[in-house]
Structures are given as C-alpha cells and as structure tokens.
Write a protein that binds this ligand. Structure first.
Ligand code: SF4
Length: 502
C-alpha cells in the first residue's frame, strides 16, 4: 500500500473480528508481487478517465512510444452499479463510476475472450493518477484493489503516479511500465490538444446548421491527430489541418443562446456520459452553449499546489534559519519549467487550431480572487478553483448560468457548493448559480432543476441580444468560428453584434 506520509502500513492482514457469532476477516490492502506476470511485450496497459476524445488521443500518443495501451470505454450506469456492488460503502460517485468501469471492462473481456481471471491478471494492468486526497482521492487505488479482488481478479496490478507530483514521483512496477519524462510529456501534449479541440467543439456545435456535422468534423480531427502522433508528425501542422476541417462546418451564430459555465468537482464536471447525466449534451439539446472545464485547469491547479507547498517550506527556512533545502529549490525549478512547457504547448496548438479567446488559467490570480472566501491551505477536490470560477464569471460577465456539479458523497465539493458559494451568492445576488448533485440515480430530478435554472438564463441571453441594434448587413466573418471578438457581453450572438458597433 502506498503511503503519502511515508509511514509503513500496518501489515497484520489476518486480523479477525467476532461479529454476531461469525468470524469476519478484516481486509487489508497489500500488494502481492508473487503472481506470475506476462512479459512486458505481452502486457496490456489500461487507462481512462478524461474526456472521450482525450482518452482516444492519449491512447494514440502513448502507443507511438511503443507501449501497448488501451483506453477504457466511457463509464456508464452499469459501471456505477458494478462500483457499488464491489466497492466499499460511502464512497463518492466518481469512485463508483471509475472503479466499476474497470471491473465491467475486465468481466466483459473475460466473457468475450474466455480468458481465465489468472490470465487477465498476468496480462493486464491499469494505470491511473493517485494522490493523498485529502478527500477520497487518496483511497482510489485501495478501492480498485478491493473491488477487483471481490470481482475475482485478485492481484490485478494498479499502477499510479502522484497527480500533484507528476513526473517527479512514481510508484510503479518497472518491469512492466516506464513512467519516463517522455511518457508524461507525450500524455500532456495529448491532453492539451484534446482540451483545445473540446473547447472548440463546445463553441461550434450549438450553432451548427446541419445536425451532426460538428461531431463528424471532430471525428476527422481525431483521425488527423492520432495519425500525427503515431507517425511522429508535426502536431502544430496537424492542428492547422484540424482548423481547416472545423471551418467547413456551416454555422448560424446569431442565435441568442444561454451560455452556461459547467464547473464543480473535476471528474463530475468534465466527464461526458452517465457520470453527470450527459450534462453538456443535455444543455445543448435545451438550446444552450457550454463552457466546459478543460483537464488543463486541474493540471495547473496541481502545479500551483506543488508551488504553494514549496513556498511554505521556503518560508519555514527563513523563519527558523534552517539550512537551505536544495531539493525544494530543485522542485521549484521543475515547477517553473513545467508551467512554461504547458503554456508554450497550449499557445502553439491553440493558435494553430484557431482558439484565440482562451488562455490557460492563472491559478495564482484566481487564488487572490477567491482567498477572501476560501482558505488556501485547505486542499482537496478543486481547492479554491470552484469559488474563483463563480466570482470570475459574475465579475466579468462570462456566462448566464453557472452550474456546479457535485458528486454524491463528495466532501470538498459539498462544503464549497453548499457552504462557501452560499456566502458568495449572498454578496453577488445577480449570480445565476445552480449547485447540483449527481448521485447516479434520480436523473429526472437533476434535469428538471437544470431546466428551471436554464429558463432564467435563456431569458437573460434573449434580453441581452434584443437590447442591441442589429445591422442590416451581417458580415460573413460572424459565422466563422475563427472570429472570436472581445466583448463585455456574455452570449456569443450578443458578442458578435456588439463587435460591429465601432
Ligand atoms: S473531490 Fe470529491 S468526488 Fe472527487 S475524489 Fe474527492 S471526494 Fe471524490
């Protein structure tokens, strides 16, 4: 069992409890290394958990390094049910969806191929991000092991890298997997590219004239990008080719649609499926445009958290006149390099694909915005980001509605959504804010609450648009997604008309 504190776990694995006359054995998380393993060349590495496009792009990207990776399908309600059946009680919703998704995949694999559990355990392993929490995130890997054992896959390998230490630390089975800097840089490039195409998709799809044309164009973009990764071609050029594909989608952008910022707990806000009742697609079908949360935001928050922790160590050195901690200096240098690399890649790829009005969030600035409401020392979940997103949206008029998705059983998101955000909205009563829980059950209630909040947002979008003077001649450029003018209006249609006034 990995330990964030460095303390070795208790290893009396056979502690027994007497309960109502029956003997129960306490389950303990141990790594059994005595199972036979397939050769590295025959080992298949499973992973997943970002958006549909990003999972597919990451698969192509790491396969280009010669690794045998397979992305799991998007988690669905069946995954959730398996997670509940095999997992511990009282876990948060993303735990059930993601853990159950792996169990479901392995059970289906067994049915389809006739492989025995032992063969699957030898041949497959799962790669995921791990961390200390302090929420249930710190328990994910243990949950995977426990559920897999109960589902009949005892000894199945779960490999992790620390989400907030990235390339600096890895717990792994080095015979089977190599978490090298090249591996992480390749994964990050795929994640950034996926974010950019996703952001563009959410800008384009609500305004498409022919239904389904955006999805078709995005599928073509995926082919171009996967091919570029596999053939080790220039990715900037590949993004430029995607721009040409996306430009061909015919748009009618002068529809005053409600703009909805979807934020909240990282996985619940980002996933595109049953994990949040297909929230993004539902909003679009109800006539809204979404602002999604890119995976990059979580990565930048993790980098900021590492930087914040290094700064605290530095302050301690000053106060107590301790010897200079050179490992801390090295950490700070690595953080600066990581930030610079992420920003450079993002800017290059975004420019090539034609995403002009989006910048990687400055987490330090956002922390200044939110620290009045949120103590920055409190880690867990999205930290201060949820508060910052709400404040940013209200102060800069970024959307007509802000939806915070909080998974059932999530401690950090519930504290922020139900506690701190109530104070924020009492100070900013103009905010149209909806905090909504995803439980994996009760979709009807979820949708009706979203529809109620959306009704007001649609009215706001319409009023904003109708207050503008619509010129007789509408320039063609307005219907090209590459035209992204700066404006104080929230809605896309209002922004476009507003940009013509000068
Ligand atoms: S932030 Fe919430 S939902 Fe996410 S892992 Fe932690 S407890 Fe679970």
């Amino acid at each position: 069992m990995s330990s964030c504190s460095g303390i070795k776990p208790h290893d009396d694995s056979n502690t027994s409890l007497s309960y109502l006359g029956t003997e129960k054995t306490q389950w303990r998380d141990t790594i059994n290394k005595s199972y036979a393993r397939a050769d590295k060349k025959d080992t298949i590495m499973l992973f997943g958990g970002t958006t549909i496009l990003q999972d597919k792009l990451m698969m192509a990207a790491v396969r280009s390094l010669g690794e045998n990776y397979v992305a799991l399908p998007n988690p669905d309600f069946e995954s959730f049910r398996k997670g509940k059946a095999f997992g511990n009680r009282g876990q948060c919703n993303p735990t059930y969806f993601t853990v159950g998704n792996l169990v479901k995949y392995l059970q289906n694999l067994q049915k389809e191929t006739g492989m025995s559990s032992e063969e699957i355990v030898q041949k497959y392993l799962f790669v995921t991000a791990g961390g200390c929490g302090p929420c249930r995130f710190g328990m994910y890997i243990t949950e995977y092991r426990k559920s897999l054992k109960d589902a009949g896959f005892e000894g199945f390998r779960i490999m992790s890298f620390q989400h907030n230490e990235g390339i600096f630390q890895a717990e792994n089975d080095e015979e089977s997997i190599n978490f090298s800097p090249t591996f992480f840089i390749t994964m990050i490039k795929a994640a950034i590219i996926g974010d950019i195409i996703n952001l563009l998709t959410y800008k384009i799809r609500p305004y498409e004239v022919e239904k389904g044309s955006t999805d078709k164009a995005v599928e073509r973009c995926y082919e171009i990008l996967a091919n570029a990764f596999m053939q080790k071609k220039n990715l900037v050029l590949a993004m430029w080719r995607c721009r040409k594909v996306l430009e061909k989608v015919t748009l009618d952008r002068l529809q005053p649609k409600a703009k909805v910022m979807v934020m909240g707990e990282f996985w619940a806000a980002m996933t595109e499926g049953d994990g949040n009742y297909n929230l993004h697609r539902f909003l679009e079908s109800e006539g809204a445009e979404c602002i999604p949360q890119p995976v990059m935001n979580r990565l930048m928050l993790s980098i900021w958290e590492a930087e914040y922790a290094a700064k605290k160590v530095e302050d301690l050195e000053d106060k107590e006149m301790k010897n200079i901690d050179f490992s801390n200096i090295k950490t700070k240098v690595m953080i600066k390099l990581a930030k610079a690399a992420v920003k450079t890649y993002f800017t290059l790829y975004a420019k090539a694909a034609g995403l002009h009005d989006y910048e990687i969030p400055n987490i330090e600035e956002l922390s200044k915005l939110s620290r009045v409401y949120y103590p920055l020392d409190a880690e867990g979940g999205e930290g201060h980001l949820e508060v910052a997103h709400l404040l940013e949206s209200v102060k800069h008029n970024l959307s007509h509605l802000i939806i915070s998705v909080k998974p059932f059983g999530c401690m950090p998101s519930s504290a922020v959504s139900d506690g701190i955000q109530s104070l924020v909205t009492s100070h900013y009563p103009q905010a149209n804010f909806l905090s909504i829980e995803t439980s994996g059950e009760g979709a009807a209630n979820f949708y009706s609450r979203v529809q109620m909040a959306l009704f007001k947002a649609k009215q706001l979008a319409k009023e904003e648009f109708e207050a503008l003077e619509i010129p007789e001649h509408i320039p063609e450029k307005l219907n090209n997604y590459l035209y992204q003018p700066k404006s104080e209006k929230a809605g896309t249609a209002a922004q476009l008309i507003d940009s013509l006034k000068s």
